[in-house]
Design a protein around this ligand. Sequence first.
Ligand SMILES: *Cc1c(COP(=O)(O)O)cnc(C)c1O
Length: 345
Amino acid sequence: MEKKIVDLDWKNLGFGYIKTPWRYLSYWKNGSWDEGSMTEDNRLHISEASTALHYGQQCFEGMKAYRTKEGKIQLFRPDQNAKRMANSCKRLIMPVFPEDRFVKACQKVVAANQEFVPPYGSGASLYLRPMLIGVGDQIGVKPAPEYIFTVFCTPVGAYFKGGLSPVNFSVAEDYDRAAPHGTGAAKVGGNYAASLLPHELAKDAGYADCIYLDPATHTKIEEVGAANFFGITKNNEFVTPISPSILPSITKYSLLHLAKEYLGLKASERDCFIDRLDEFAEAGACGTAAVISPIGAIDYRGDHHVFFSETEVGPITRKLYDTMLGIQFGDIQGPEGWVVEVPLD
Ligand SMILES: *Cc1c(COP(=O)(O)O)cnc(C)c1O
């Protein structure tokens, strides 16, 4: 049964926490996950000795549910989030939450909170935050004796209120978000803790965020804040960096596919050197939150490098953005399996 959408100022919604009625929670103990259940309690009750609190043994995911023109609700590639969380878990020796159960849990949470899925046309969506944390009574540095997997959701507004507009970035030269063989490719809180200070410094200097270079040589672009980098070369090739310490963005791999199959461009993963920015006619940052933030300019060692324009988005970046959003909101037919409907009962 479809429920009436709650009355919120959808057009002006930001990226804040709004408590929704229901969340999913499953507990791991003695070698297995329990059957899991929905709860209205938005507080976690965990041991003060939980490894998630002391040693950063935790990981998370981020994805969105979209309402289509017909009123259906759909998720975008949730199987990819399930797979990535499984990889994050393996890196931190945490038990994997089965991938099919992950997707079902997300569907359940969306269905239970369906009146908070923003109306089609508002640009807003329902953000889902699955996470898996080490808990239980233990103070030594080793994997936790117990774990919690939970999924909650909160409605979020369109990232760009006045349409896609480019933003500028600095380059972090004194800080890294991850080590060469650290946890950069796992979606774990520790990487974010490391990024809070450089982010604040970049913000204070007037930038949207900072670009992180490869931690070993500081010559190649890795991440743009908490998003992946891509560039469109002057001969129309979609290029995105490759490195074992980049977080594999699902948006990035989706854009790579769309660039090839929908826009007919060449597309590749390869090194993107910070002193070779002139090879790109357009550049952008990509991730679930904004899908694409066009990069106006990058400041690096006194050079103010402008890509397409500091005020306007380039034509290929716009096309990629429109295609992605079209698929996510159900206006464009996506590749097989990308869109997963949420059963509403
Ligand atoms: C989550 C994340 C991204 C974007 O990944 P998406 O799957 O596209 O949302 C990029 N970089 C970092 C560091 C991230 O944590």
